[in-house]
Every structure is written in structure tokens, then in C-alpha cells.
Design a protein around this ligand. Structure first.
Ligand SMILES: [Zn+2]
Length: 71
């Protein structure tokens, strides 16, 4: 008793989708345009994470509020 076969769940290897890192890039023509804003402190390559009404850098905690630019 207790013999279980794990027949399902294993599928033959498929081509993996491109790394998610590159989903932040959008290719327009020959150019690669970054959809995400990069951190002004950490420089390009470090993207700001999107929150509800702001973006922030997980590395240096830089935060930029969206929408209202006048305060
Ligand atoms: Zn940063």
C-alpha cells in the first residue's frame, strides 16, 4: 500500500520563454526601449518597481510619485 505513481505533472521539456528580465524591454524597430523607469540613483539597469501611485527602487529605496508633479 501507499505506492503512488507520479505520472502526471511531468511534461517533456519545452523551450523556455525568454527570461522575464527582458519583458521589461520593448522592442521598437531596431531600438530597445525600456518600459520601466530605471533608478536615477542606481543608474540604468536597476528598474523602479511599480506601486499603486508611485515607483520605487528596491535597492536604494528611492521613491518617485506618479501623477502629481506639482505639490
Ligand atoms: Zn536605486
Amino acid at each position: 500500500m501507499g505506492k503512488k505513481k507520479e505520472a502526471k505533472g511531468k511534461k517533456p521539456a519545452k523551450n523556455k520563454p525568454t527570461s522575464k528580465k527582458y519583458s521589461k524591454y520593448k522592442i521598437e524597430g531596431d531600438k530597445i526601449v525600456s518600459k520601466a523607469k530605471s533608478c536615477p540613483r542606481c543608474g540604468p539597469g536597476v528598474f523602479l518597481m511599480e506601486a499603486k501611485d508611485r515607483v520605487y527602487c528596491g535597492k536604494c529605496r528611492y521613491t518617485e510619485f506618479l501623477g502629481k508633479s506639482s505639490e
